[in-house]
Design a protein around this ligand. Structure first.
Ligand code: IMP
Ligand code: MG
Length: 172
């Protein structure tokens, strides 16, 4: 696998898009308080930037869900860390890095919904609609991407490249 040095989305493009998303989300919730549930580890960079673009009351929680080894989806999702906060009657915004087959997010959304929250919305930085296996769509999306494996801005390939400020395609 070789990293394409030219970013698909530069740090500046991401910054601008995240600020616009922050406005959109702030407007959507109309002053209601929300719990951000961040999917570890890939969504941490996105979450750190997005939460600072929100003009509203938020609290922060993390969930660990893994469905990938290398570039291959294993088809099963396992949770290894769950939010400690009471979710009942709260507004929850789930933040993930990328919506790919949809397995991870649909399982997390189902788990969150069991806790009888007031609402659950999904926000993903990236969306790969061409790869969907489970019909799940994000309420808020940063960018739509073709069927490329991408890294950087939190996204990894076997734990590498998360630190890159832009998003790059990993070529075969
Ligand atoms: P899904 O369950 O197939 O939708 O996969 C979602 C998870 O797989 C994401 O949260 C990512 O961690 C990982 N993933 C999917 N596509 C990519 C990619 O292109 N680059 C890095 N990680 C990816
Ligand atoms: Mg992930």
């Amino acid at each position: 696998m070789r990293l394409n040095e030219t970013p698909l989305f530069s740090a500046e493009q991401i910054r601008n898009r995240v600020i616009a998303l922050g406005r959109e989300i702030t407007q959507h919730y109309q002053g209601q308080e929300i719990i951000l549930v961040v999917v570890l580890k890939g969504a941490i960079v996105f979450a750190a930037d997005l939460m600072r673009a929100l003009d509203m009351d938020v609290t922060l929680n993390f969930i660990r869900a893994k469905s990938y080894v290398g570039t291959e989806s294993r088809g099963t999702v396992s949770f290894s860390l769950l939010p400690e906060t009471l979710l009942e009657d709260r507004h929850i915004l789930l933040l993930d890095d990328i919506l790919d087959t949809g397995r991870t997010c649909s399982e997390i959304l189902a788990w969150l919904n069991k806790h009888r929250p007031a609402s659950v919305r999904l926000c993903t930085l990236l969306n790969k609609p061409g790869r969907r296996v489970i019909p799940v769509e994000a309420d808020f999306t940063g960018f739509t991407v073709e069927d490329h494996y991408v890294v950087g801005y939190g996204l990894d390939f076997d734990e590498r490249y998360r630190h890159l400020p832009g998003i790059h395609v990993l070529e075969a």
